[in-house]
Design a protein around this ligand. Structure first.
Ligand SMILES: [Zn+2]
Length: 191
């Protein structure tokens, strides 16, 4: 697997001071955000955050992504750990298809039905770059911040020990409640 890595730089943010490192695989770039004390931790808090441009950057209320990202950044700023910003937009269907999926949702499909109608699986994310990042960091024990059982089983398959799972549960609103209930009922999210 051909993965390019950057050096490590400082990134002060409104959540706290972090360090960042970028990874590039097949023309897609991903970001690792670490607390300053990360290397001294035996079992850092870890969030594998899937990119959601509409939520993370524009504050879309159609999902809970920005709230989850902020929660994770505040958590690692305080407790120590890292966020892997995994850039597979829209469960890896890309932005154009994600917007088309939103149009189908406006016609009554749920988030899974819309993706399937566009010719994708219900979840097309793949985590090989995350595996490489874990190897790069030499992680063995982590505390995983997630609601997603697929991420739990992915991490366990890599042979990492999840010593604790921290739910990333944030407020629902009238725009995201159907989306969250589909995630819970059809994708087994622990909400
Ligand atoms: Zn989102």
């Amino acid at each position: 697997m051909n993965i390019e890595k950057s050096n490590i730089a400082n990134l002060p943010t409104k959540h706290g001071k972090f360090k960042i490192k970028a990874y590039k695989q097949d023309n897609q770039e991903h970001l690792l955000i670490m607390s300053e004390n990360f290397e001294s931790l035996k079992a850092p808090y870890v969030r594998i955050h899937s990119e959601c441009l509409t939520g993370d950057t524009f504050g879309s209320l159609k999902c809970d992504c920005q709230n989850q990202l902020n929660l994770a950044l505040e958590f690692i700023a305080k407790e120590g750990g890292l966020v892997i910003y995994h850039r597979q937009e829209g469960r890896n269907i890309g932005l154009l298809n994600k917007v088309n999926a939103y149009c189908l949702q406006e016609q009554g499909r749920n988030t899974i039905e819309a993706n399937v109608e566009l010719g994708f699986g219900e979840d097309d994310r793949e985590y090989s770059v995350v595996e490489e990042i874990f190897k790069d960091l030499g992680l063995e024990n982590i505390k995983l911040i997630t609601n997603n059982p697929a991420k739990i089983s992915f991490v366990e398959k890599l042979g990492l020990n999840i010593v604790e799972r921290i739910p990333a549960i944030t407020a629902t609103n009238k725009h995201n409640k159907d989306y969250l209930s589909t995630k819970k009922e059809k994708m087994g999210h622990l909400l």
